[in-house]
Design a protein around this ligand. Structure first.
Ligand SMILES: Nc1ncnc2c1ncn2[C@@H]1O[C@H](COP(=O)(O)OP(=O)(O)O)[C@@H](O)[C@H]1O
Ligand SMILES: [Mg+2]
Length: 249
């Protein structure tokens, strides 16, 4: 049975998509069967893996609306399986609002493939709306990518409150896998301080930071993970180390 991990943070540009792709690639490289699920209407994960969302006839949008089964939209990219998103998904939040059990739609959808994968990573949109609620309801664990800036800490309180609400009301098995500092620059005192704050707020739950590198932006343009694009890069190694820690539990 697959473990389902949601990468979530209502702030945009904190490394959710990059971490979903690279953690997924690192898990796949150790032989895990990995499914990446894009539930962001911006379809960044889909795009960063070289899938042209504008050419897709069906996507996770159609699956959430119950029009097609999940298996029919899955695509293979390198060692990964991808459930792509399209801009249509922006409308899904409105369309699903009147559905019975609207928080559990993604959980139901993923139940059909949990025996086919070992790890399912859900790349969440930058909001705490219905799509993110669906991800957190479906997930066993949430991984929270954060930038080491003071403002980022403030948003975390709200995210943790949402997680606790979902634990109480919909998904008691949801745990916080950890906080992943991204785009970290150890030369900045401010970032060192914020990292220290994170460690106080989430004792034992802060993964070693992923360093800032412009090379990550290049990988998205190339449509590949860092592990495929530049396997010897420190960023690739950082995500391999993260995968080892995530597997250790
Ligand atoms: N470690 C990193 N160093 C530098 N840039 C990064 C790093 N991780 C991600 N990025 C870049 O930052 C931007 C936002 O990252 P992304 O993963 O799309 O965040 P989110 O999914 O949270 O919006 C992207 O352009 C991405 O290439
Ligand atoms: Mg994203």
């Amino acid at each position: 049975m697959a473990r389902i991990i949601a990468l979530s943070n209502q702030k945009g540009g904190v490394g959710k998509t990059t971490s979903a792709i690279n953690l997924g690639a690192a898990l796949a490289a150790i032989g895990r069967r990995v499914l990446l699920v894009d539930i962001d209407p911006q379809a960044s994960l889909t795009d960063a893996l070289g899938i042209d969302a504008s050419q897709l006839v069906q996507s996770i949008y159609d699956v959430l609306l119950g029009t097609v089964p999940l298996r029919t939209i899955l695509q293979s990219r390198f060692q990964l399986t991808v459930a792509p998103a399209t801009i249509d998904l922006a409308a899904a939040e409105m369309q699903l609002i009147s559905e019975v059990g609207r928080e559990r739609i993604l959980a139901d959808v993923l139940a059909s493939v949990t025996s086919a994968f070992d790890e399912i990573l859900i790349d969440c949109p930058p909001s705490l709306g219905l799509l993110t609620v669906n991800a957190l309801t479906a997930a066993d664990a949430v991984l929270i990518p954060v930038e080491c800036h003071y403002m980022a800490l403030r948003g975390l309180t709200q995210l943790v409150q949402s997680i606790e609400k979902i634990q109480r009301r919909a998904n008691p098995r949801l745990t916080i896998l950890g906080v992943l500092p991204t785009m970290y620059d150890p030369r900045t005192l401010h970032e060192q301080e914020v990292l220290g704050e994170l460690q106080k707020l989430f004792p034992g739950k802060v993964f070693p930071p992923i360093r800032r590198s412009i090379r990550f932006a290049e990988t998205a343009l190339a449509g590949k993970s860092m592990l495929v694009y530049d396997p010897t890069h420190v960023g690739a190694q950082a995500y391999r180390d993260l995968a080892t820690e995530v597997l250790r539990g």
